[in-house]
Each structure stands twice: as C-alpha cells, then as structure tokens.
Design a protein around this ligand. Structure first.
Ligand SMILES: [Zn+2]
Length: 233
C-alpha cells in the first residue's frame, strides 16, 4: 500500500466529490427552474410560483438524499459481504488464495516466478488488502459514508434550486418566465463547463449537452403550464 497509492486514490475521490456536487446543483437548478417556468406559464401569481418552487426544492433535496443513501449503503453492504467472504477464504484455504493471487499477477503480465514472489510478499504484509484491491477492485476499505453522501446530495441540490427561487422572488412577476429561463441557461452553461473539467471531458461538448437538456426541460414545462393554465385556470 504505502504513501503512493494513498495519494492516488485521494485525487480520484476529490474528482468524484466535485462531479457529484456539480451534478446535484445541476439537478436542483434544472428541476426548480422548470417548475417555476411551468407555473409562471400557467399565469400564476408570485405566491403560487414561490410555493411551487420551494416545494420542488424540498422534495428534490429529500429524494436526492434518499436515493444517494440507498445507493451508497447497498454498495457498502455488497463490499462488506465480499470482504467477509474473502476473510473466510483466507482463513480456510490460504493456499488456494495464494494461487489465486499469483494467477491475477500473471494475467497482468508477470512471469510465474515473479508473480508468486509478489503474491507471497503482499500476502505476508496484508493478505486481505491485497485480495480486496487486486481481486475485488476495492481500493479504499473505509470509503462508503451513506449519511455524508446523502447530506452532500441534498445540500448541492438545494443550492442549485435556491438560485431560480431567489430570482423568482426578486423579479417582477411578468418577467419571471424569461428572466428565469435566460439565467438558468447561463447557470447551466457554467455548471456544464465545471462538470466537464472535473470529469476531464471536452469543455464545449459538456456545456452544450447540459444547456440543451435544460432548455428542453424548461420548454416542456412551459408548454404544459401554458396548456393547463389556459384550460383549467
Ligand atoms: Zn481471494
């Protein structure tokens, strides 16, 4: 293991968190802005628009938190079960496990002698860590934190959702629809660029993709709002 590996996983984690934060903010921004645009297109007053936007913020943040909690927990459970099985196998059939590890290093290009040497030394050092990393692909055995992941998702979603809500509260009612639509597209372009940079993807493609889907979402809710507003209201 040692210092080198630790630093490497650290970078991966930071990029992972940044991407998750950008995605959460992106979701909050698109869904709340679309909700507000839809309600505004139906000809509603500021009170109705703000209630709808606030309800959307809370509902979305809770749903993100629940989804993230469930997904991270079940991943942690699966990893825990894998490690428990591996621990039992190491205790009951150590020879087969050593042979298994040797085979893995041979598959990665080492010759039989060297592979066996590496497998022996890593087994002597920390057998479970070696099997977790090279057989199961688990690099950080204490990585999953469901509650923390849930809180981060909810917080980033709420941050993204707060922007159109705040704008709706401060803009003259008649201008809410175009102002929200325009500012959301700008916000999405910025987030799209950030997300592309965090994930190492091309900047322009990431920006265009995110902005396109945001525009489509707002156009859809505006159409629904205008249609129902005319017929029901
Ligand atoms: Zn194993």
């Amino acid at each position: 293991m040692g210092r080198f590996l630790h630093r490497e996983t650290h970078t991966v984690h930071r990029v992972g968190w940044l991407r998750a934060a950008v995605l959460g903010a992106n979701d909050g921004l698109v869904s709340t802005a679309s909700l507000i645009v839809g309600v505004a297109a139906a000809g509603s007053g500021r009170g109705e628009i703000l209630v709808a936007g606030l309800a959307g913020l809370v509902a979305g943040a809770m749903s993100m938190a629940a989804g993230e909690y469930v997904s991270v927990s079940s991943q942690a459970d699966a990893e825990k079960a894998d490690l428990a099985r591996e621990t039992a196998e190491l205790a009951t059939t150590p020879d087969a496990e050593l042979e298994e590890l040797t085979g893995i290093y041979m598959q990665r290009g080492l010759d039989r002698t060297l592979a066996e040497q590496v497998a022996r030394q890593l087994t002597a050092n920390d057998a479970l860590a070696a099997h977790a990393r090279d057989e199961l692909g688990i690099t950080d055995m204490a990585s999953a934190r469901p509650v923390q992941a849930a809180l981060v998702s909810a917080a980033t979603f709420a941050t993204g959702a707060a922007v159109p809500l705040l704008i709706a509260a401060l803009t003259p009612v008649a201008a809410i629809l175009p102002v929200i639509a325009f500012s959301t597209l700008i916000g999405l372009a910025v987030l799209g660029g950030l997300g592309a940079q965090a994930g190492g993807a091309p900047l322009l493609a990431g920006t265009v993709r995110v902005t396109f889907w945001g525009a489509l979402a707002m156009a859809a809710t505006a159409a629904v709002g205008a249609l129902f507003g005319a017929n029901v209201g």
